[in-house]
Design a protein around this ligand. Structure first.
Ligand code: HEM
Length: 361
């Protein structure tokens, strides 16, 4: 045993356990019992945020590589790390119920002492959002978010967030990774037997797929083929309204979305399984963050009703807007709009199957 190693030294508990200083406990104030819980729960969140950022950093590094074999250790580790992030978010969602043991009146005893600080200023939370790929232009009240005045960020945190936003984020790297997928290269499709005589797209597979998809649409859904052409082939419909295009517009390229849909369709091929699970994990992380936003919003409504937040937003109104808009992988999740029944899937050409099988292991 290492004689110099001591539990509390190793964990630096003198720093961690000694870092709670409730303002209401200070001289001149009336001690509010629940302020200790309020501080500890925020600190626990921030520690887990740190771990999430640590895992995300690793994932970014892997996706930053030009070559990632779909069945390599790299991609499996990415999946492992993403799944760890999922578990952490599950825990973070459960933690809200501990805070629920504080009543609105308990909170009122110290709430005014916190102004203008707020969870809004959680730099690590902003770094998680920015690393996952939440774009400025997709934020609810983006002008409000980026500020250094009262209730905003201090200069140093502001810089850190700016730097993170300027660097490549995970969603861009995933986009590039998907774009590099080689499945549609001509060499694999020379011996493919097309099901239809259609040349709407530049690829035999997509011509067939498009026809099968179109045939499967119900009368009320016929417009979806126009969306399909826009989402996967950037074809702008003649009568498209801006609103409709805005709804369909994605931060992922058409090429990347084609690859993602292909992975979802043929996920039963072993070579696609890890890639599919990586996409699924990203969707799950988005989902769990949105769950957290929802739980936090409900808790905030109960705690402060319709009062403004200590960070000076409209409070629950702001949080609701953020909940509705702050998704990153919604377009990947939304690909299920364009799935077809398994039994109607075009049979892949042997050359491609051979290539895919060689890539296993
Ligand atoms: C009594 C408990 C809480 C109340 C009343 C509360 C209230 C609020 C309000 C009103 C906002 C909007 C910004 C503002 O105007 O202040 C906000 C944002 C935020 N809070 Fe809390 N909060 C509580 C607990 C927590 C906890 C435990 C965390 C954990 C870290 C947290 C993290 C955040 C984050 C990250 C935001 C920004 C959300 C976004 O922009 O989407 N809050 N909170």
């Amino acid at each position: 045993m290492n004689a110099t190693m001591y539990y509390s030294d190793y964990l630096q508990l003198d720093k961690v356990i000694d870092s709670q200083e409730p303002v209401s406990f200070k001289e001149g104030n009336i001690p509010a019992h629940d302020e200790m819980l309020f501080i500890i729960i925020h600190q626990a969140y921030e520690l887990w945020f740190k771990q999430i950022l640590f895992e995300l950093d690793y994932v970014l590094k892997v996706f930053d590589k030009q070559e990632i074999n779909d069945n390599s250790e790299d991609l499996n580790l990415v999946l492992h790390r993403l799944r760890r992030i999922i578990r952490i978010f599950e825990l973070l969602n459960q933690q809200v119920s501990i805070l629920d043991t504080m009543t609105p009146l308990d909170f009122l005893e110290f709430r005014n002492l916190l102004t203008p600080s707020s969870g809004f200023q959680s730099t690590q939370f902003r770094l998680i959002e920015a690393t996952l790929g939440l774009q400025m232009q997709n934020r609810h009240q983006s002008g409000y978010y980026k500020r250094t005045g009262e209730g905003g960020f201090n200069k140093q945190d502001y810089e850190r967030i700016n730097q993170r936003e300027a660097a490549q984020n995970l969603s861009q790297l995933v986009n590039n990774w998907l774009e590099r997928m080689p499945f549609f290269e001509e060499q694999f499709w020379k011996n493919y037997n097309p099901l239809f005589h259609d040349e709407t797209t530049a690829h035999v597979f997509w011509n067939d797929y498009r026809q099968v998809y179109k045939a499967g649409l119900t009368e009320r859904e016929t417009n979806k083929i126009i969306d399909f052409d826009y989402v996967f082939f950037n074809k702008i419909p003649a009568d498209a309204t801006n609103e409709r295009l805005n709804n369909l517009r994605s931060s992922f390229s058409a090429k990347a979305l084609r690859a993602a849909l292909f992975i979802m369709l043929y996920r039963d091929f072993p070579v696609f399984q890890t890639s599919y699970q990586v996409l699924d994990a990203l969707i799950e992380i988005d989902h769990l963050m949105s769950n957290w936003r929802h739980k936090h919003l409900i808790m905030v409504r109960r705690m402060i009703g319709m009062r403004v937040g200590t960070g000076n937003t409209s409070g629950a109104g702001y949080l609701e807007g953020a909940l509705n808009r702050h998704y990153v992988y919604r377009d990947i999740a939304g690909l299920s709009t364009y799935l077809i029944e398994r039994r109607n899937l075009p049979k892949l050409p042997d050359d491609l199957i051979k290539y895919l099988s060689f890539n296993v292991g």
